[in-house]
Design a protein around this ligand. Structure first.
Ligand code: PRT
Ligand code: MG
Length: 219
């Protein structure tokens, strides 16, 4: 029996993947918040979970360190998804990629055609594409966290960041002025594993698909 390795990141992706795993008959038998293990066994002897940073999930799956993984669309767009099979939108860890500015900043005037704006973000590729499509020149400042601070300190005019409840923006007196896109997590699969472990992977994909959360509107 071939082993199946699934890469997940701790936190919301791990938590929200559990019901999908359960639907596939997989229970993770150790809690990543209390265990120091990076390889977690499951109730299915041939299936194991490896815990990696959210932004490292595509790398693990691309190079075969894991057969499958769960990664946010933000991570996939920023990292690139070459050589990855993406069979499912799992509709978990949902949020949106947005532009935010200080409440006293006139965004509408700042993004007229041909203008110039300073934008700080962890998502420089997405930010560059977004403003290029609007015909706005952008000076990009790459940050690794605490993006909310950039407009407050004068480092940048705007940030491009993930928003879910909006409470982080509100707490820092920032305003969401434009949604770039909706974000959710995707199942990604290593291409070689898909060929070599075809049947077990196909069964997993089917079980996950049947358990994807649907909204009340069916959207
Ligand atoms: O935290 P770490 O540096 O280890 O890695 P990570 O931030 O990449 O991982 P994690 O687990 O925080 O996020 C994993 C994935 O969850 C992301 O790649 C997104 O696809 C998805 N996701 C869903 C989110 C959010 N919702 C979210 N709200 N990722 C980040 N956030 C941030 C947001 O940017 C804000 O700073 O959480 C903060 C709180 O958001 P509000 O709007 O609810 O206040
Ligand atoms: Mg985080």
């Amino acid at each position: 029996m071939s082993t199946i390795t699934l890469a997940l990141s701790k936190g919301r992706i791990f938590e929200e993947s559990l019901p999908l795993l359960r639907a596939a008959g997989i229970e993770v038998t150790e809690d990543p918040e209390t265990s120091r293990k990076l390889i977690l066994p499951t109730t299915r002897p041939e299936v194991r979970v490896v815990l990696v940073r959210a932004s490292d999930v595509p790398t693990y799956v691309q190079h075969g360190g894991a057969d499958l993984g769960v990664a946010g669309l933000d991570v996939l767009l920023e990292h690139g998804s070459q050589g990855l099979y993406q069979p499912l939108d799992l509709r978990i860890a949902r949020c949106r990629m947005s532009v935010a500015v200080r409440a006293d900043f006139d965004y509408a005037s700042a993004v007229t055609q041909g203008s110039r704006i300073r934008v700080a973000s962890k998502y420089v590729t997405m930010a560059r594409d977004h403003f290029a499509n609007k015909g706005v020149h952008v000076d990009l400042i790459k940050l690794y966290g605490s993006m909310e601070l950039a407009p407050l300190t004068g480092l940048a005019d705007a940030i491009v960041d993930l928003v879910s409840t909006g409470s982080t923006l509100r707490a820092n007196h920032l305003q969401e002025v434009e949604k770039i896109m909706d974000i959710s997590s995707r199942l990604i699969v290593n291409q070689a594993a898909l060929k070599l472990k075809r049947e077990p992977i196909r069964r997993l994909i089917e079980a996950f698909e049947a358990a994807i959360p649907r909204t009340a509107t069916g959207a």
